[in-house]
Design a binder for this molecule. Sequence first.
Ligand code: PEP
Length: 250
Amino acid sequence: MTTISPLIAGNWKMNGLTHSLGELTELARLLTAGEAPRALVVVCPPATLLAAVAAQGASSGIIAGGQDCHVNASGAHTGDIAAGMLADAGAQYVIVGHSERRTDHAETDDEVRAKAEAAIGAGLKPIICVGETEQQRDAGDAEAVVIAQIDGAIPDAAEQHEIIVAYEPIWAIGTGRTPSLEEIAQIHRVIRDRLVERFGERGQIIRILYGGSLKPHNAREILAVENVNGGLVGGASLLAKDFYTIISAV
Ligand code: PEP
């Protein structure tokens, strides 16, 4: 069986001012104090803090990531940020297609795919988010929705370039609710099968992260589920102690 090194990414969303960097310093201290973590650790702060996270990472192994990028490399797009700018600030990863972006900015799979392509073009590894609403799950459509997002949002370039998929059921984000372990295993299996169908052997080594109320108390069991190759963590990534507990649960 192919083994995939796990990855835990923290999504700070629109939280974090320079004084939050104390949490980052504490996370770096925890990560370097004991045994080396078994997972790659990525922190995706607001763009204003990217350079600071990248600088901290130089000594602690924390890798900086962006939370979104524009489809274009530059131009008249006030308020947006290009993938190359994230890379310039020290990012190595970027989240694309997070459900909050899909909702707040009406992002479609086509746009998410274009963003993932832009990220790859700038040398970044896109973390491509997919996931169903509660209504879609209740209607029995979760798998079909997620497969359609995989087909629509993952670029063909994934055949030669590293991408990460994050399965995030929307109803689990920030709610304290999670699918059962069986439900997580089932949908991650479906995602894996689709990736293999589309990308052959390479589909076996694409990381599939679970995201949605991943917390210190449930991380160990969720991260042990087959085809869960790490996590995307929102709220619990804001506190160094909680995020470190999740990282250590791998
Ligand atoms: C997220 O927004 O990506 C997320 C997983 O949030 P939370 O962990 O807070 O549910």
